[in-house]
Design a protein around this ligand. Sequence first.
Ligand code: C2E
Ligand code: MG
Ligand code: MG
Ligand code: MG
Length: 284
Amino acid sequence: AAKSQGSQLWERYQPEMGKISQERADMERELRQTLADGGLQLHYQPQVLSTAEHTLYGVEALARWQHPEWGWVAPPRFIAAAEDAGLIHALTSWLIDAACTQLATWRAQGISVPHIAVNLSTNNFHDPEFAQRVYNSLQEHGLACNDLMLEITESVMLDSSPATLNNLKNLHAMGMRLSMDDFGTGYSSLSYLHRLPISELKLDKSFVHDVTTSSAASALTRSVLNIATSLGMTVVAEGVETPEQAAWLTEQGCPVLQGYLFAKPMPAQDLPPWLRKVTNHQLA
Ligand code: C2E
Ligand code: MG
Ligand code: MG
Ligand code: MG
């Protein structure tokens, strides 16, 4: 009886699963095509110092894909598809090259952007040549290692494969800086932070969202700030949307803020006018 029930369930779900795998196959095909055609774009979101002048600390590059029929595809969806299809290496190569090109262009125009942060996937670290590839891209554009900030997630820290450990070691030896993204959502183990060369910690937006309304979120944020500061790491609060959140984080000594309160991710050409506005102290 259990078996026939099982097969009934299977028949009921099969069309649904077929639909999902068809969607995935479509997405992979289109993504492969768009990578070949140069159809992806980068938007940039400013990160500002929490001081009154809100000086620019850096910008985060965020991938954007506008499909001719589907419209804008959410990054977590196409990033996951790229990972599944083995396209993440090509996507990250494009991303790093595009970010380096943009930074070199801004600098040539006299626009001072301290660094660009790029998001990496755990799979990137499985490529034994990854660290060297990043280094080569920087060299090609005449940039230095601290011109990029490499955002990783906790899963990289939990991956003890030889390729991952080697890449981390090599990136550190080259002087590349690593940032721990989405801190507070995963295992949030503080134990690896002193073992591995992390120079920045990004407090996840789900914490930031609640700092002014939840005593648990504010207590956790305070202790993360304490630990990070004593380990010599910079903390970036992501998803700062209200003046109250910004004021609370500033008061607690959080050095860098990022979020819609200051600016949404924007096309590269919108950054210089935004910067002029900030310099004139017309911000929040
Ligand atoms: P993330 O790296 O944590 O990026 C922050 C996300 O929060 C971005 O979403 C950003 O647009 C959004 N955000 C920024 N400020 C605010 C705010 O004040 N409020 C709210 N509610 N959201 C805010 P986005 O661009 O949709 O990207 C989502 C995720 O997709 C990223 O999370 C990152 O993990 C991944 N991603 C994006 N671009 C790339 C990429 O080029 N490569 C890789 N591997 N992953 C990427
Ligand atoms: Mg990020
Ligand atoms: Mg991320
Ligand atoms: Mg994040």
